[in-house]
Design a protein around this ligand. Structure first.
Ligand code: BGC
Length: 450
């Protein structure tokens, strides 16, 4: 790479989505319910009463959506598989129609020259497994490996990249500690157990892959760097706790086979004594790691905040997105560099990066102008390049998201798409950010140069 601001010719250019956020038809053709089906249909859990029954109707419109990907020039598409489409009860009986949907999606991608990148778990646990304790049950590692092996055997001949989990932190922080996402528990004692079993499950799936898979497998973490609000010791310690909780709690057991000591400080007697032998399972060789990056947090000591005793501090004179996240591209450089320094020189992919902003109304026949999102992508793509110049082995980038979609419990109002979706008509309209990203891809990043 030179100063011409070009990415390597084999750099992977992608966009990402997830099953419950876009597919719709969650119970079609023999699928079982997931915990998101239940959560979204529990009154009061979702903004505006939104749910994923239709979402972007991608389950029926996937062929048209693959054409949108092709129009961008994507070389890869990152999607997730809804476990309960394939195994309606989570284990045991296979639903052939569910498997067939993902097989058809993969074939359609390949026909359009787009490499499939499949995530096995993007938060939609089969409800039948939640009834058996979900991620609190140690058997969840075996359930997940059983499902993973079925998917590997069905699709590994055509899927070059697999991930076990997407963002286990959100599952445990939102799903087991604060109750903001499915399954909606609020329990300090459960959260570390769920986190640990997720990482055991990831390890068990990677073991299964080594027996039957021939391509590449990794795991995806959301990394949010934490900066102390001052150089006072108590703020520095608060930032270290927040960093251990959000970032190292998942990457450390997967890549180092241990937990950082700050977790015991946070959780106190809610921190279990995990069997030492578990870490042989959590720590498996991965072919790559996916990093999802959206923002940073500046953190101060705050004794009343449970369990971290730390609070984020809003920064003056900075741009914040519609989800309240500061636009801070240097955090992506810092994250990628930190990852390399702590975990070694693994191939890294930025598997999600993007922003929700208000979009203007669609005018028939026009591109929808979204200058703040274009600016966000420009800044972060330059940050990826800066990290690469500094020696980090970044192999690809996935914009979040291909389409406006169901932003989990925040509903459809928070729009992250390169394509606008009119949820009443399902009409897709390209935003200026789609044209911008297509130009970046077509020029290998040359159009990012100042
Ligand atoms: C998740 C996506 C989500 C996005 C924006 C990530 O936490 O993987 O599912 O829509 O960020 O919040």
């Amino acid at each position: 790479m030179s100063g011409r601001f070009l990415f390597p010719a084999d750099f992977v250019w992608g966009a990402a989505t997830s099953a419950y956020q876009i597919e719709g038809s969650p119970l079609a053709d023999g699928a079982g319910p997931s915990i998101w089906q239940r959560f979204a249909h529990t009154p009061g859990m979702m903004a505006n009463g939104d749910h994923g029954d239709v979402a972007c109707d991608h389950y029926r419109r996937y062929r048209d959506d693959v054409k949108l990907m092709q129009a961008l020039g994507l070389t890869s598409y990152r999607f997730s598989i809804n476990w309960s489409r394939v195994l309606p009860e989570g284990t045991g009986r296979i639903n052939p129609a569910g498997l067939d949907f993902y097989s058809r999606l993969v074939d359609t991608l390949l026909e359009h020259g787009i490499a499939p990148n499949a995530t096995l778990f993007h938060w939609d646990l089969p409800a039948a497994l939640d009834d058996r304790g979900g991620w609190l049950n140690r058997d969840s590692a075996h359930w997940f490996a059983e499902y993973a092996e079925i998917m590997f055997k069905a699709l590994d001949d055509r899927v070059p990249m697999w991930s076990t989990l997407n963002e286990p932190w959100v599952v445990t922080d939102g799903g087991y500690l604060h109750g903001t996402v499915a399954p909606g528990h609020r329990n300090t004692y459960e959260a570390p157990i769920a986190a640990h079993n997720l990482m055991r499950a990831s390890g068990a799936a990677i073991q299964a892959y080594r027996a039957v898979g021939r391509q590449q497998i990794g795991v995806v973490f959301n990394i949010e760097p934490k900066y102390p609000a001052s150089d006072r010791n108590e703020d520095v310690a608060a930032a270290a706790r927040a960093h251990a909780y959000m970032n190292q709690q998942f990457a450390d057991p997967a890549l180092l086979g241990s937990y950082p000591p700050q977790l015991r400080e946070c959780f106190g007697d809610a921190w279990p004594a995990f069997p030492a032998s578990d870490f042989g399972l959590t720590r498996q060789k991965v072919d790559f790691v996916g990093v999802n990056y959206y923002t940073r947090a500046v953190v101060r000591h705050d004794p009343v905040q449970h369990p971290l005793r730390a609070s984020p501090v809003r920064q003056p004179n900075r741009t914040y997105t519609e989800t309240g996240w500061e636009v801070y591209e240097q955090g992506l450089v810092d994250t990628l560099t930190w990852f390399k320094d702590r975990y070694g020189d693994l191939p890294l992919y930025v598997t999600e990066n993007g922003a929700a902003f208000y979009d203007p109304p669609v005018v028939e026949g026009d591109l929808l102008e979204d200058p703040l999102r274009v600016d966000y992508f420009r800044r972060h793509l330059k940050a990826v390049h800066a990290a690469m110049r500094a020696g980090v082995n970044v192999k690809g980038y996935y914009a979040w998201s291909l389409l406006d979609n169901l932003e989990w419990s925040l509903g459809f109002a928070k729009r992250f798409g390169l394509y606008h979706v009119d949820f009443a008509t399902q009409k897709r309209t390209p935003k200026a950010s789609a044209r911008f990203y297509a130009d970046v891809i077509a020029s290998d990043g040359a159009c990012l140069a100042p």
